[in-house]
Each structure stands twice: as C-alpha cells, then as structure tokens.
Design a protein around this ligand. Sequence first.
Ligand SMILES: Cc1cc2nc3c(=O)[nH]c(=O)nc-3n(C[C@H](O)[C@H](O)[C@H](O)COP(=O)(O)O)c2cc1C
Length: 371
Amino acid sequence: MSDHSASPLLQPYTLGDMSLPNRVVMCPLTRSRSSDDGVPPDFAADYYAQRATAGLIISEATNISSQARGYALTPGIWTGAQVESWQRVTRAVHNRGGHMFLQLWHTGRISHPDLQNGALPVAPSAIKPTGQAFTKDGLKDHVTPRALETDEIPAIVEDYRHAAQCAMDAGFDGVEIHSANNYLLEQFIRDSTNHRTDRYGGTIENRLRFPLEVVQAVTGVWGGGSRVGIRISPATTMPGETPLDSSVMETYGTYVDALSAAGLLYLHDIEGVTQLSRDPSGVDFLALRKRFSGAYIANNQYTRKLAEETLAAGKADMFSFGRPFIANPDLVDRMRSGAPLAEAPKEYWYGGGTVGYSDWPGMNGQIRIEP
Ligand SMILES: Cc1cc2nc3c(=O)[nH]c(=O)nc-3n(C[C@H](O)[C@H](O)[C@H](O)COP(=O)(O)O)c2cc1C
C-alpha cells in the first residue's frame, strides 16, 4: 500500500456553494431493488450512507413518472411514499456529512409494454431500439415505441417539474437531469432517434427544444441552476445500439452553450461508450468542457491515476466512479491509503436484497449506519 493522502483528487473542492471533502463523485448506479411502486427499500439508506465519504453522491436513475419507467424494480420520485423513503436516504447520508443529488430519469423508447401497463413506450419517433428490456419476467425484446403527439410534450415537462419538487421535498441537495445514455432526452437530441417534423424535430434548435424546456422547468423549481447538474453522453451507442448524431459536435456544442447559459452547476460527461470504451468517436470532450462555465465532472473507466493526471492537466474538475463504488463503500479511503479495491460480481448489480448491495465491508470492517 502507498500513501496518496496528499493527492489533489482527494483534497476539498468547492462546487457552487457546497464545500465538498474531495473531487470524487459516486456515479448514478441502477441497482433494481425498489418495490413495484418505485419505493426504495429501507436498506437503500444504509447503502448510500456507507458511501457518504464521496465528495458527492448521485442517486441511481429515478423515474419522474409511471410513464418514465423502463426497467423493473427501479425507484421513482413522484409519489408521497417514494418521497418518504428517499427522505430516509438523504437523512442517513447527511448524518455522515455527505452530499447527494437525485438523477431525474425518463427512459422513453428503452422500455417495454410490461412496464407501461400494456401501452407502448413513448419516444420522439417510432423507431425500435435493438436489444431487450429488463422486465419483472426477465429480459424481453424491445418493441417499436409510439411517437409522442406535440401536445403531449408539455405534460412530460410538467412531470419533470413535479419530480424536481419531490426531490427537493425528499431532502436532496440538488438534482441531476439524466440527458445521457440514449434515454428520452437524448432520443430527442440525436437525429438518429428524432425524425419529427414539428417544432421538436428537424433543426438542432428544434431537437434541443424539449431537453431545454425540461432544464427550464427543473431550474425553476430549484431557484436557478446552482443546484442542478446534467449528464450527457454524446459518444455512447448504448443501450439500444443507438447511432450517434450525424453532426455530433455541432449538436452537442449548441446544447452545452445553452446549458451554460442556463447557469447549470455542472456538466457530467460520459467520455466514450458507457462502461465499454474511452474511444471518443469523434467527440472533442475538452472542447465541450470549454464551452461550459460551470464545473465539469468526467466519467468512464477512470482510475485514481487517470483522474489525477487529468486533473493535473486541467481537463476536469471532478471525476465520477461507477463500478468501483459497488463493492468499495469506502472507495475514497482506499484511494487515500492505496488499499486494493474489491470487485463486485455482475450477478449483484441488478436485483436482490442487501446481499452484494449494502453488505460490502469497508477495508476496516463493516460500516455501520446509525438509524
Ligand atoms: C450497475 C450499473 C448501473 C448503472 N446505472 C446508471 C444509472 O442509473 N444512470 C446513469 O446515468 N448511468 C448508470 N450507469 C453508468 C455509470 O454511471 C457509469 O457511467 C459507467 O459505469 C462508467 O463509469 P465506471 O467506468 O466508473 O464504472 C450504470 C452502470 C452500472 C455498471
């Protein structure tokens, strides 16, 4: 083991008006342990609080409405019971001195009628994703979604507004708008998934209209952008084997300019194909970062060493770690001491109870959370 406690990655960092103990962010990680009603289990409070030494925790993707659902057993943030359960989580994280944002999610076409009370999933256009949806009865082939009518879109913006308010009521420190990984917002942005001819399709300005209406609704609830971040993934093709936008830098450059003008707190960028590769596929991530006036959180296959090198080069402000947080609740302490990292078998990623979830010990034994 070697001592890395002086690492700049592990020193305090000021994000907007929050003083954070380090620059390490826990990624949003879907773990599929909520009830059919989208209520997180009691032991989610243990799981998140065990990881509260991260500079910032971003919750697993959380459905803004019943229609938003695309995966079985994922949590929601639109009912009173969901808010109450999330309150237990935020209280436990705050009791350990942590900070936590909630990730606002609508899956769009990456869903299945089983998760839509038998109805078709909705999307900008009726284009079928490749692959399978995670339903209660196992994996099922995706279907061709239904294209949203123009006059249905304001109600979805309203769902985002309601969910953003519920996140505030649940005690989160802020919210992250999930505009990544080819879910509804990104389906509107890319010309590969948006073939609309109304004011939400065609030109870049039109394709960005719905995501920017969502940004406006969410920042309206949170009193501006100072507690609102956003996640993008211009180079990822997963899920759905979704082709990239045909003018990716022009489209995302215009988007980032507008996000910057909206005063958002941070841009959380998945550099490459989520989980799979850091191949930029023609995207100049540094150029996007330079167009954004808030903080830049870099993600995808980072190690402590790569994060330190990237920080030293001035190419990012914070770094998010996903898979490493699953089996290492005390990831920050392990980075500090150079302790080896545990690895979680994939069978624990999605579904189940506390096993492989809130029972991973820290390097000095089980991290007990006071109720
Ligand atoms: C089990 C699992 C669940 C994930 N769930 C989400 C999610 O809910 N929202 C999201 O934006 N990304 C999600 N991701 C992607 C991660 O946030 C992250 O971008 C990815 O794992 C790459 O980071 P890493 O190399 O540090 O793991 C998930 C990844 C994994 C492995």
